[in-house]
Write a protein of this length. Sequence first.
Lengths: 370, 427
Amino acid sequence: MVATDVVDAIERFVEAPSAGGFDALALRAFSFQFENVDPYRRWCERTGATPAEVRDWRHVPWVPASALKSVALHAAPAVLTFRSSGTTAGERRSVHHHPFPHLYRRVIDRSFPEFCLPRRASLPMLSLIPGFEPARESSLSFMIDHVLARFGADGSANVVGPDGIDHDRARAWLAARERDRRPALLLTTALALDQLLRGLERSDLRLGPAPGSALFVTGGFKTRQTELTLDDLLERLEDRLGIGRAAVVQEYGMTELTSQAYTRSLDGPPHPNRGWASGANDLFVCPPWMRVRVLDPISLEEAAAGATGLLAVFDLGNVGSVLHLLTEDLGRIEDGGFRLLGRASGAELRGCSLTAEELEAASPDRTAQR
Amino acid sequence: MSDNVPAPTGDGPGAAILRAADSLRSKGAVALRDLDDRRLEEAFLDTVAAFRDPTSPERRGVDPELRESAALSKGCLDASLAALLDGFSAEEVRRVFASGRRARKYPRLASAGGAGGVDRERAGVSPHLIVLAGSLPGIALAPLLASLAARRPAILKSSSREPFFAPAFTNALAAREPALGDAVAAAVWRGGDASIESTLLREVGLVVAYGGARALADLRRRAAPKLIAFGPKASVAIVAGELEPASLDATAAALARDVALFDQRGCLSLQSIYTDGDAVALAAALARALEEAARLWPPLALSPAEAGALRSMREEAAFLGCDVAATPLDQATIVVDRRALFLPSPGHRAVRIHPVPDADAALAILRPHAARVQGVAVAGAAADGLIDRLAALDVSYVCAPGELQSPGASWRNGGIDLVATLASDAQ
């Protein structure tokens, strides 16, 4: 199977999803990976699930996300190489060898405005996420650079320098939006937002971007030093920047994936089953080329709706690497979306034993540099 | 050093804790001075014996809460505490008190004001603060004993997750030797509560803290010069040289004990085994032994997060072509992993067995992580040759399989002479 054929087919589906198209395309992409990714083919053969046997994308063998710390999986020579965060010598980091960056950009082009741009209008954007040039192994930086270039209106800025967030520039930018009354979009990780808000709190400053401003937030809430809560962060956000919960969209993505899920669309009415007023504002929904299932960790069967389990993600955007990924994230299916419930490896009950997370955690935000 | 927050006043719990600290400062050293070692030893050993016996009134009074808070089954709690307390034998405890006498006689770090002596007692001696951030019962014993041997009053702060063992033990101790009621206090508050800790961290002598990286990082930020931190670590085993077929099952049973006690949540819990012998045979024997351990010392039901972490480990191993034992997920996970790694397990009795060409290869894997290695169990024909080489890596506890959870009261955790350190602090 020729790579351009299947990638072109996926790009066409991303551009114009058709009912029922996902299932056939998923099996075609599986055949392509089986032919072109040697370690994956051996895995499929060991498990007895080859393209000749598999008739349903749900039965396509998944790859555990942690295996990407040990094995290179790519269906064509990598053009970009993304690594999960971390800086210690000898640390095991996930590596995503990405052969098809144009597909990555197409995925962003189709999903980001759908979920994150009110009325799909270009907005001035302020990014608290490092740019791609200084962080060339970060898939998040790749995405945000593309978003700024493609959708950022005049005046958009990235205020992360070699020493982190330039708070003076960030405040000046936000103050300018308050003055010119232009709605803005703030792009940030949870931890970078916390840093910005701490700075404002220390100076007892409140800045109010224009009505219609919104926030895109991604990344984890825990560091080796601290643990944030979403509620606390959003409360402080509203207090300091005047951006309410209804204008916040969370993103679920990871180094090992190409596509992203989002908690809501700013481009239309809220999901009917997700009343923001009730506080049920953290259900993620996927774009049509990405499917998320929750698996019972004991049986690995699909969990009943409402039951907690491991997230398995099928991402057509990952045709160049791993289509079907078993993550270490916990979640549950609710009302047509999924709720993220943390990491399986971060089980709460602890003694004084060392965990892999502690051994490997050298960077404060796992997903900030995804 | 600490956030500047006004101390609580009135009758609230925060004020009571600060009053207790004041009382320890004014009365503690005098109370301890008037007790001779023999009385202290007897009180301590008698209390240890009471907590070693699951039928004692002391244990019956605290066990239901303890099982709940530590999340250990009755069988696992009994066996785990027995293993820990076996290390607090009369000989071991007397050795600790002897080291306390030496430390007081030759204080290493005495300042110009002098450590000990009448003037200091008149002015009061700051209690040491012992912070127990984890959920394992019994972790308080070693620092409590060290503080008593150093003749320094102590406040034991339990974690809110396991708030029962330390108060029960100190109450039982004070029931045997009432003067200790003026020298030791156990309390629980939310870690990081500035209304208490802002004052307390300033007032105490040293801060001895056990726990996870996040809790220790927070304490380091606020009390760095005073902090003696015992952070998270892992323990391993090296089986060097072939095992006699007859000893395979016995060695596996002993290794299973090192895995299963405290449900693999302690820093002395076995997480990885390196062997230059038959790793597959060892894995099979360990699987049998851990299934037996699950019968003797049952694990509790897995939460979805715990099951998810174990499942991820197994799926990764299967993808990489490792052998994964077919044990029930809630009993044990054993993987023969041919990668040369030091990799903590997700817990809940999950062990990686790494085949290595020889013991040198095992030491080479451990060397970059030596600061994270707490104990090493050694077995096999070449085990004796490893002891000095592990000591050279600063591994503070090397033992035979089955003994990891019983390091003894005189064990210098992390190589730190805690008794001498507590005795010589001049605050």
